[in-house]
Ligand binder design. Sequence first.
Ligand SMILES: Cc1cc2nc3c(=O)[nH]c(=O)nc-3n(C[C@H](O)[C@H](O)[C@H](O)COP(=O)(O)OP(=O)(O)OC[C@H]3O[C@@H](n4cnc5c(N)ncnc54)[C@H](O)[C@@H]3O)c2cc1C
Length: 431
Amino acid sequence: MSSSSNASLLTRPTVPFAEAAWHAGLPNPYYTKRSHYELREWLLKWVADNLMDIADEWEDSSDEEQRKALFQKFVDAGFMLPFALGVKIPERFYKMAGGLKLPGNVEPSDIMLDELNRCASNGLVMGNYGGTAYGAGPIVHFASPELQERILPDILTGKKRICLAITEPNAGSDVANVSTTAKLSADGKYYVVNGLKKWITNGIWSDYFTTAVRTSGKPGEHKGISFLVIPRTKGVSTKAMKMQSAGSGTTIFEMDDVHVPVENLVGKEGEGFKYIRMTIVYVALRFARGDIEDATNHANRRVVFGKKLIEQPVVRHQLAHMAREVEALQAWTESLVFQQSKMTIEQSNVLTGGSAALLKAHSTIVLANVVREAGLLLGGMGLTKGGAGARIERIYREVNALMTPGGARDVMLDAGIKQAIKTIRIDPSKL
Ligand SMILES: Cc1cc2nc3c(=O)[nH]c(=O)nc-3n(C[C@H](O)[C@H](O)[C@H](O)COP(=O)(O)OP(=O)(O)OC[C@H]3O[C@@H](n4cnc5c(N)ncnc54)[C@H](O)[C@@H]3O)c2cc1C
């Protein structure tokens, strides 16, 4: 088998379908480098040492010092750069990040996201990841070199934090409804910003807000919406929101006559959404595999009516349905990421944007099915905080926190088909 020398580096799974096939040492076309395997092993240990034992208490904790100390661990591990840049990291950004690299120096983001989410706490991972990933993305890809040099070194070294602020009380799925205004001052040197944003991940801890503002046009119009990087300055206020999925610093962000230099305007709009969608797919995938792992382990232990649960054909059926859904999701995800990796951003937006929207919706539907069945298999333990059902109980509460942000399920299903209909007549070689 082609990957056998690399596979020997792996900690093998002990539960069927709890890991992607390459983790079990099977051949695969995507994870072919030795460094992929080394990175995974390193992450497995990092997550075991730093996240697994704290995930249970994290959502109820309000200890600021503990939260900051954990964020610093994420920074020291070298995660900020791949959080902000995703898969392809040009050399100049390594310099901005003070030279910190993940072991292996491979395209890290999918392996990294997969492993971090093994702790099965969206709040814990998003609390350290979400703002940097989504807020810095537009700056990395579309800001002027001057703005990048001014802001990114502090973000990439963890000295400052950032978030993405798009949603408003009347502009969620319907982004065109954004009504936050950014009016150019008489001398043309700054924008005066007024408006209110809601559900902003990491907002409460942020020094910068990559904000969707209306520089022209009216609510309801797509034209006239731009991204402006707003520093925490006079006129900015933030208030924490209490959420079902806790721990990620979800925030109300208000702007009252905030003066922002015109140099903080970020080039294009709207390109960041696809990246957000794919990251959610990886979270859903790992959560679903965690459910299978814990449900299978429980079925192997629990004796009911004189037999282990796993000896009941109906229980094996339940596990089979979970496995087939998760394996199909993995295959679609890997093939789509492979396609995207072979295209320019423009080609990929046109040709895979519809599939990415459908996949985002699909991944959360699969997760909802899997976690429901896994929870039922654990009986009362599936509804109990802590113990054998801890991950399943937590994931059950997190499903809608994946299904709604980054494009709500029904909006994505519709958008996916609309985009696919538009794309079907396009010859990829002509793009
Ligand atoms: C945990 C969490 C974190 C978030 N983080 C951020 C963040 O960091 N930054 C940010 O800007 N925003 C963030 N959001 C906001 C998120 O992007 C919005 O909640 C999402 O876009 C949906 O908008 P809405 O809540 O206004 O729901 P609405 O737009 O009111 O939609 C409600 C429901 O209506 C249905 N619906 C709407 N339109 C259609 C349609 N055309 N066809 C069929 N059904 C439809 C869908 O079922 C949808 O779920 C976050 C939200 C959550 C819950």
